[in-house]
Ligand binder design. Sequence first.
Ligand SMILES: [Zn+2]
Length: 96
Amino acid sequence: MGESHDKCEESLHLVYHYLDGELTDEKRVLIQQHIDDCPPCFEAFDFEAELRIVVKRRCHDEAPADLRRRIAEALHHEKLHPPVDPEYGPGSNSLL
Ligand SMILES: [Zn+2]
């Protein structure tokens, strides 16, 4: 109660490494504790974990419809908040 969520962003960044198996056991425990205690992070973690599994299996199976929808929503969000400025003209195929 009253705990700030400043650690959320940090945790979500670490989750990517967690999923890649790049974290120490100590860090993994810290993340797991935060996730257990923080529903938004748990959801994000769960989503990322599912996504990784689907990507790994992509050659064999189609993503479940529900997960595809969640991925589409995430991609839609990316479109609304693009990480880089798309200053390229439409139809321009110039390299560099
Ligand atoms: Zn959190």
